[in-house]
Design a protein around this ligand. Structure first.
Ligand code: FMN
Length: 351
């Protein structure tokens, strides 16, 4: 008897196949289809910080145009209080309608009061939150440490506001990702002292109890920029990934397994059962699927699940924890192989 059940951030998932945050999960119909197809959990489309700001601004502008300056000011605050109702309603409807854990997703990048929305999402019934953070370090005057501390600060603010588990979905673009992951992935009695004062003006850094992300979601595949050489203009790159993009996530899942206390969710380039098995062998707690569902439909979840079961039977595994992390660096006799960056003829057959 095969058992695919997977504990993820304290939630009990029927299997490790999680539907990733995207337009597929931005409405109740998508949520129902994902659940019917056998998803282990569903991450809703992100509520974007800009959406929160836009709603607030729209309310204020309307009042301003009508000549009610005071009302406009009031509405600016009211808009924030009210929140994008449709998103909260989607959480309520999804939780009521399907039997699968619903993870709400919040995109944030500033230090604004958006973090109150995390609380509202919890109250609406979300089983967990996924924070989708992406900061492009294009400002030549900004130090790398200051950018890292924005991530720490956002996680800290949300963790102090909600009781439900919080996952952090990030990209791979850090100069010392090992250190960043160690910081995000461990509980500590005190926050380590940082140079820029991420815990806010006047706060005593060492008094802050630091709480880890309940999961690290590695790695987001951000909007890709491309150029149209005929029309000489910027265009969007292909929004959908391919299996060949799995390797960065695979390497870091393998490096971080048993090195951080957070669960590890793999995302980007996971298209079929082979990709799923690779990530589980590397140490992923769960895998997230997006592009493959957009290309093949929700039926892909069941195909992957069946093929995963066939592979487990062929290898005499009855539970996922019998092979999760088996090819992680922590369990390897040859840890240096995980840190190889340069091509050597011996390994790839090419100079
Ligand atoms: C059209 C589209 C919309 C997406 N929207 C979101 C989003 O709202 N929030 C988020 O965290 N990720 C979003 N993503 C990223 C996916 O969740 C996923 O992490 C990424 O596509 C890599 O996984 P994949 O290779 O399985 O596609 C989106 C991806 C696509 C293609």
């Amino acid at each position: 008897m095969l058992d695919l059940s997977t504990p993820y951030m304290g939630l009990n998932l029927a299997n490790p196949l999680v539907v990733s945050s995207s337009s597929l999960t931005g409405n109740l119909n998508g949520v129902k289809q994902a659940a019917a197809a056998g998803a282990g959990a569903i991450v809703l489309k992100s509520l974007f910080e800009e959406q929160i700001a836009a709603e607030t601004a729209a309310l204020g502008k309307h009042a301003e145009q009508a000549g009610h300056t005071e009302a406009a000011e009031y509405l600016q605050g009211y808009g924030k209080e009210l929140g994008p109702q449709a998103y909260l309603q989607l959480i309520r409807d999804a939780v009521k309608t399907v039997d699968v854990p619903i993870i709400a997703s919040l995109n944030c990048f500033s230090r604004d009061s958006w973090s109150d929305y995390a609380k509202k999402m919890e109250s609406a019934g979300a089983a967990a939150l996924e924070l989708n953070i992406g900061l492009l370090p294009s400002n030549s005057g900004q130090q790398g440490r200051a950018i890292e501390e924005r991530y720490y600060q956002i996680l800290h603010e949300v963790k102090t506001k909600v009781k439900i588990p919080v996952a952090l979905k990030i990209g791979p673009y850090f100069s010392s990702f090992g250190e960043v992951a160690a910081h995000l992935g461990h509980d500590r009695a005190e926050a380590p002292a940082f140079s820029v004062g991420w815990c806010g003006p006047g706060a005593t850094k060492t008094k802050i109890v630091w709480r880890k992300a309940d999961a690290l979601v590695l790695f987001n595949r951000f909007y890709q920029l491309d150029i149209d050489i005929e029309n000489l203009e910027l265009v969007a790159g292909n929004p959908l990934s391919s299996s060949s993009e799995i390797n960065t996530s695979l390497r870091w899942i393998a490096l971080l397994y048993q090195r951080v206390e957070s669960d590890l969710a793999a995302t980007t380039g996971i298209h079929d059962s082979r990709d799923v098995i690779k990530q589980l062998l590397a140490g992923a707690t769960v895998v997230q699927l997006c592009s493959t569902l957009m290309k093949n439909g929700f039926g892909q979840i069941e195909r992957i699940r069946k093929e995963l079961e066939t592979w487990m039977q062929a290898h005499d595994f009855s539970r996922i924890d019998q092979f999760r992390g088996r090819l992680s660096q922590a369990r390897s006799q040859h840890p240096a192989n995980y840190e190889r960056l340069q091509y050597i003829k011996l390994f790839v057959g090419l100079d």
